[in-house]
Design a protein around this ligand. Structure first.
Ligand code: ADP
Ligand code: MG
Ligand code: MG
Length: 889
């Protein structure tokens, strides 16, 4: 007992060391160490060359905010202790005036947020220690290069000094010393620059640049914690749906210097191509450079393969490390490294972000290579990322005729066609207004996140394959062509010049993210196909999943497409869409205006042949597979025009007075149409509507049978609240089926199932009673969510964003099923329903049927199938397999 309390009261460890002396972070986990911290500890412990350092946990970040933005007590003591160990290990001293130890201060949350939080390099330098560093290394240029970087980064990150001030001073110095590149400025130029930087620092902060290294460190640690809640970091988490993290960890790591001269350098690489998945080392490096120089586009980096010409031994070592890392993590790694005087140091590794296509190829290749098994491969592919493989691509014929203006880097595959937007805000605005735009920027920065997300594609004139734009675009599967240097961007004039031509903001261009081509005008695209590795993954998925996958479709074209994507039937065929076409809407309106049953029947009789032909088409496309047809669902007013002009036209067309139309519209007006006269309630008041629809379904099925096409319709009665309601309508449906068969002289088997949608809480609560009259249930989770939450699904945009931002709700319940609330009703519906009728078939047909997290839930509550839009069918197949693997088959 006593022991336990003692353990509890001991404050938890805030700082973990990684290095030769000891590596404490093993087994502590990503949640506390952050991804970067954990992997630095990991790499150290498997013997890779990592500069030693310490990691301050994410818990400390959480405590920092809890305590009113104050560093928790005792933290700096633990930091001092860690630094002391570092000093011993490296035989250097922090702030020393002989051989100073310098460190980087780096952020790193449990989920990687590239470029979201800032890093400070060379921390520990002061006016005194910079002289010491110059002497110790016999390299004055290097020492002052490190110092100017520190003042710049510290000024920016800690004190919020606008980097432009530093940038201007640097440009002036470069000019003065006739230096084309930053690394051509001689030592005396950098000494001069450091003085100017300190003056700028003082001017904008009112303080001297801190000359106490420990003070620098403390301020830097706090700045990293603050960066967790900057607008851009918060926004990134919102866009990516990252929630529930403690905060960021802080890594304080001894420096490796890539900026000491021509035998030094720094680089970033992926162990395989993150765009295509090809098993080829992929990356860039820059000689005599530090930190972000590679990705910031300061000078043009070289492809990593060129490294063998520069330093064969280091390249060989890097290739070995690449293999070690893949074998260790069994996944593609995204690495950062630095070479200090020919010695290689690893600075970061993480699972590489990749496109959907790359994810599929890598998963298949790794199974072939024996690195992972099929189940792991299936779990490895984010189901939603398959969307990218289901996007259109440019047709080979249209590509042949396209005028290529220039070729940039193929940074993120896909085909994008759009007008030109020159700022993130403009891209957001114009996309919201329904326009397709390409975001055209010299280079993107984290502030552009929103615009990048809204645009159909991204085109930049500078930056490499690992630039911000490229990394973010690949993560989202957004088409991106980067570094198209020949594109001259005139942001103010809102135009670009390329290939000798000028394009205004309203002009259309096409970009191919798989080849880097920038093309004039709108190049034709074609539908995707399911083949190669994609088909293989789908085959594996089908072997593991137990859930069926159907589609929501109401046309033969959509049905066929879904079938090609592997749909096993239609889970929801909406019939209201069939009434909107030109030749039908008139009869529909005639029916709604009719004052007697006879008139209504006459109008319905005109609609019947249209419906029948629609069904014949759909049943044919879906032959041998079930098609669940939902009877008319929306309130009738949706079929009538609401503005006077259109009402007059309608009156003329039907030969009635405009006043009559107006009064019918007024009569149909409801305060809460979603809770009004709709769904099966229409069939209760107007049974002739149900009769017509059922007749059309049965006649279509008979026609198909006569043509040896096995139609398998199922009739679904929507919006049922009570068993008695369904009993009545079921009897009416059965009667109509028999009558139609008799009328057609058809004596064969039809086996039409009759079931209902469970979309009102009461129906779920009384599912055992309802099931007596239903051969199947389909959970209509859109309405079920609306009615359970009491949120009008057409109006949620006014408040829902606040609810998710404030984390009152974990996510939009209309997108991802609320498993704890609405989920209970689904589970109850299944359990009670199957009590009422053994083996009751249950499915889901709301939007949730295509959402991987919701599909996982559907698997666990024992649904028979999910139904989703045609393009989500492959995603659902994979998600269903993942659910089966995760939950044990
Ligand atoms: P991000 O999370 O944005 O990638 P990092 O913390 O990884 O930021 O650091 C930014 C850059 O600084 C990277 O290029 C990284 O390799 C480099 N860097 C960080 N720490 C060190 C270090 N101790 N020595 C040398 N370079 C470093
Ligand atoms: Mg990094
Ligand atoms: Mg509904």
């Amino acid at each position: 007992m006593a022991k336990k309390t003692a353990k509890k009261s001991k404050p938890s460890k805030m700082v973990y060391y990684f290095g030769k002396t000891k590596t404490e972070g093993k087994g502590v986990g990503k949640d506390l160490l952050g991804g970067k911290g954990l992997n630095l500890a990991d790499m150290t412990s498997i013997g890779l060359p990592v500069p030693p350092g310490i990691t301050i946990t994410t818990q400390v970040c959480a405590d920092y905010y809890k305590g009113g933005k104050k560093l928790p007590k005792g933290l700096m003591d633990e930091v001092h202790e860690g630094v002391a160990t570092l000093e011993k290990e490296l035989k250097k001293k922090f702030g020393d005036n002989k051989n100073p130890l310098l460190v980087s201060v780096r952020s790193g949350a449990a989920v990687s947020m590239p470029g979201m939080m800032n890093t400070i390099l060379n921390l520990g330098l002061t006016d005194e220690s910079v002289v010491a560093l110059a002497n110790a290394t016999n390299n004055q240029r290097f020492a002052y290069d490190a110092y100017r970087r520190l003042i710049d980064m510290f000024g920016d990150v800690v004190m919020e000094v606008d980097r432009d001030h530093f940038e201007h001073a640097f440009t002036a110095i470069k000019k003065k010393y006739n230096a084309a590149q930053d690394n051509e400025v001689p030592a005396e130029g950098l000494i001069e620059l450091c003085s100017e930087y300190k003056a700028i620092y003082k001017k904008y902060t009112g303080e001297d640049f801190p000359q106490d290294p420990m003070k620098q460190l403390e301020l830097a640690i706090e700045a990293v914690f603050k960066s967790w809640n900057t607008t851009r970091a918060v926004r990134y988490r919102e866009v990516e749906g990252i929630r529930g993290l403690l905060g960021t960890a802080v890594n304080v790591q001894s420096m490796a210097y890539g900026n000491m001269g021509q035998d030094c350098g720094t680089g970033v690489a992926f162990t395989r191509n993150p765009s295509t998945g090809e098993n080829k080392f992929y990356g860039e490096f820059l000689i005599d450079a530090q930190g972000e120089d590679v990705v910031a586009g300061i000078r043009t980096p070289q492809p990593v393969a060129e490294m063998s010409k520069w330093n064969k031994a280091v390249y060989k070592q890097l290739l070995e490390i690449k293999d070690t890392l893949e074998a260790h993590y069994k996944d593609v790694q995204d690495i950062e490294f630095t070479i200090e005087k020919g010695e290689l140091f690893m600075l970061q590794t993480r699972n590489g972000k990749r496109t959907g296509a790359a994810a599929v190829k890598i998963a298949c290749d790794m199974v072939k290579e024996g690195l992972i098994d099929e189940e792991t491969a299936l779990l490895r592919i984010p189901a939603n990322d398959l969307t990218q493989l289901l996007l259109p691509s440019f047709t080979p014929e249209s590509k042949k005729n396209a005028k290529v203006l220039t070729i940039g880097l193929p940074a993120s595959p896909g085909a994008a066609v759009g007008a030109l937007a020159f700022t993130a805000e403009e891209a957001v605005e114009r996309s919201h207004a329904g326009e397709k735009v390409l975001l055209v920027r010299k280079e993107t920065s984290p502030e552009d996140i929103d615009g990048m997300h809204s645009a159909v594609g991204i085109l930049t004139s500078t930056g490499g394959m690992t630039s911000h734009a490229a990394v973010v675009a690949r993560g989202w599967g957004r088409c991106c062509v980067a570094g198209a240097g020949e594109v001259e961007i005139d942001e103010k004039g809102r135009k670009i010049k390329v290939g000798g031509k000028t394009f205004k903001h309203s002009d259309i261009i096409s970009i191919d993210g798989s080849t880097g081509q920038v093309m004039e005008g709108s190049v034709e695209t074609s539908e995707p196909k399911l083949s190669g590795d994609f088909a293989k993954v789908m085959k594996w998925a089908d072997q593991y999943r137990t859930l069926g996958v159907r589609t929501n479709a109401d046309t033969p074209k959509d049905s066929q497409r879904a079938r090609d994507f592997g749909a096993e039937g239609i889970g929801l065929c909406r019939t209201e869409h069939m009434f909107f076409e030109e030749d039908r809407i008139t009869s529909m309106r005639e029916m709604i205006l009719a004052e007697t049953e006879a008139d209504r029947r006459a109008a319905l009789a005109k609609l019947l042949p249209f419906q029948r032909e629609d069904f014949v088409g759909i049943f044919t496309a879906m032959k041998n597979l079930p098609v669940t047809v939902r009877l008319l669902d929306p309130p009738l007013h949706e079929f009538l025009p609401h503005d006077p002009k259109a009402q007059k036209e309608m009156a003329d067309m039907l030969g009635v007075s405009p006043a009559k139309v107006k009064s019918r519209v007024a009569a149909l007006h409801e305060s809460n149409p979603m809770l009004g006269h709709r769904g099966c309630r229409l069939s209760v008041t107007y049974p002739e509507i149900l009769e017509m629809q059922v007749t059309a379904i049965v006649e279509a099925a008979i026609e198909c049978k006569k043509n040896r096409i096995n139609a398998m319709p199922e009739i679904m009665i929507p919006l049922v609240v009570t068993a008695a309601e369904l009993a009545l309508l079921r009897a009416k449906t059965e009667e109509t089926i028999e009558k139609t068969k008799a009328d057609k002289g058809f004596s064969g088997q039809l086996d039409i199932l009759i079931g209902t949608m469970i979309e009102i809480p009461r129906a779920a609560l009384t599912a055992n009673e309802v099931a007596e009259y239903a051969e199947f249930f389909s959970f209509g989770t859109n309405d079920l969510t609306q009615m359970t939450f009491g949120y009008s699904r057409d109006d949620v945009n006014t408040f829902l964003p606040d609810y998710t931002r404030l984390e009152i709700l974990p996510n939009d319940p209309f997108q991802s099923l609320d498993t704890s609330g609405v989920g209970q009703l689904v589970e109850m519906g299944v359990t009670k329903g199957r009590k009422g009728r053994k083996g009751l078939k249950c499915g889901i047909c709301g939007e949730h049927g295509g959402d991987p997290a919701s599909i996982n839930f559907c698997h666990t509550v024992g649904l028979d199938y999910v139904s989703c839009s045609p393009f989500r069918v492959p995603i659902a197949r994979l998600a269903a397999a993942q659910a089966a693997i995760r939950n044990g088959k």
